[in-house]
Structures are given as structure tokens and as C-alpha cells.
Write a protein that binds this ligand. Sequence first.
Ligand code: BDR
Ligand code: CA
Length: 313
Amino acid sequence: MTTPVYLDCDTGIDDSLALLYLLRSPSVVLRGIGTVSGNIDAATAARNTLDLVALAGHAVPVAVGEHDPRVGSYAGGAPHVHGNDGIGGTALPRAGEPEAESAAQMLVRLAAEHPGELEVLAVGPLTNLAAALDLDPELPSRVKRVVVMGGAAQTSGNVSAVSEANIHNDPEAAAAVVDAPWDVVLVPLDVTLENRFTEEDQSALLDSADPAARAVGAMLDQYFTFYQGVYGFRGCALHDPLAAAILVGEIEATRAPAVPVVVDATGGPGRGQTLCDLRHQRSGTADVPGAHVRVVLDTDRPLGPVLRARLVG
Ligand code: BDR
Ligand code: CA
């Protein structure tokens, strides 16, 4: 039995690692991919996604999603992190064209085709998911669970003091997604920053016989340079791949209490913060009754070697 998955992404260097990891994971099957503006604009993210999927020897429908967040306009992405093209200037052979439907329409359709089975992995701003909730208010009853890379529970943000990039880029959408009555697994910076790729991992990718593995290995130059400047080590955090590995089940969330979570969508200095109410955790790991958002605070083992093994083959 393979799990049908809809991926929503802003491809993106770590998005590319997550995408290739999912394509190489036999227990899941990507039924569709929607793109959103975040690291790069939604149309370029779709181009990057189509090209990498084809280079990996797969065919997955890709739909372009929302260009602008719910409030305001796309602010130009993160070229200092992911490069001007989102993939660190890595040339990929062009392949395929996006679907005619939007990402939100694709998600609604796939949920209707796989009622109670579809799992959603969101590793970019949550604009498409919020748009899908607008299109189909019954969507939460049809989706099995939503795994989101985003937020910061007990650590600082990476865009503002309190705000993580995916939430920061569309707090109104994130609030809508977290408030909707479906099971959400939030994979925040608290755990993603603890899982890393090193130069050794990059060398293994570059030495691979697999062209898609070599391509993501080449992208890491840009990402590693950013991390070296900001975090002081030549390597990178595995944000989006960790969320993917938790969805797949190769990494187990050993501490992930279900707690009330509120996204700050006000205009103050807390905008984009994920307020995770962990007060009850001081006396154990019990879930708060009625809470439907699990916040991942610990995992069973480091992702680096697991991801490398899948990608290098
Ligand atoms: C998240 O922001 C993006 O830059 C990454 O792709 C990841 O999804 C990390 O904060
Ligand atoms: Ca991303």
C-alpha cells in the first residue's frame, strides 16, 4: 500500500531535496505538486519542480499556485538563500509544462479522488492550502493529515525574531490552515535546524551516478554559502526534507504533543509567530484535549544519513 501525497512547495534548494527524497521513497506516491511564491515566484518554482521531476525519471503533474500572499504582494523571494532562480543557478534540462488547473484546484480534486487517504505536505507558504479551504470548506474531512514545515515553537525565527520564513511569507494563510479542523503536524525550526547536510554529504551526491542526485548536490553550493555566512558552518539545515521524512515515517517524531497553536497575523512585531501553548508539557507530554495540531519537538535519529542514502541510491 502506498500513501497518496500532494506536495505544496516553493522550489527552492531544500524543497528540491525533499522532492527527490519523496520520489525515491517507495511507500508514498506523489499524485500532484502545487507551487507557491516563497523562495522564488510560483511560476519559476513550477519550472524548477517540473525539470527536477523529469530528471529524476518521474512524471508527476505540477500546478502553478498563488503568486501573491493573502494580504499584500510577493516580496521577491530569497535570492540570497536560494539564488536568483531558486536552485542556486543549477542548469536543469527543461521538461514538461504545468497543468491548466491551479494548485488549490489540484488539491481539492485529489482530496475528492482519495477521500480519507490523501496526505498533504506543505513546505512553502500556506497560501495554496488556504485557497483550497476557500474553494472547498469540506476539504479537512477528506484529507488524512497535513504535515507543514514551518514555525518556531521554543526557538527564535529565521526571518524576524519570532517568525519562520514559510509562516512569515503569509501569516493570514497559515492562520487559516492551523485553524481548520484537520490534523496538522507542524515541523518547526526547533527540529529542522538540528538536522544537517555536510560537505561530505554533498560530495556523495556529486559523485552519484544519478543525474538528479548530482543536480541537487550542485545546488548545495549556494545554500552552503548562505549557511556559512549566517550560521558559521559550511553545510545546511534540512528543513523541508525533515517534514518529508516525518510524513514518510522514516523519521519518527518522538515528542510531538497536540497543543493549541495560534498564528500571529497582526501587524505588530510578533507577526508570523507560531504561538504553541506548551505550558502543559512541563508535567509530561500529554496531548491537550481538543488540540489538532501536533508540534514536533524531538525526533528519533538524525535525518542526514537517512536522506543521503535515499538520494545517492
Ligand atoms: C523554510 O523556508 C524556505 O526558505 C525553505 O525552503 C523552508 O521551507 C525554512 O524556514
Ligand atoms: Ca520550502
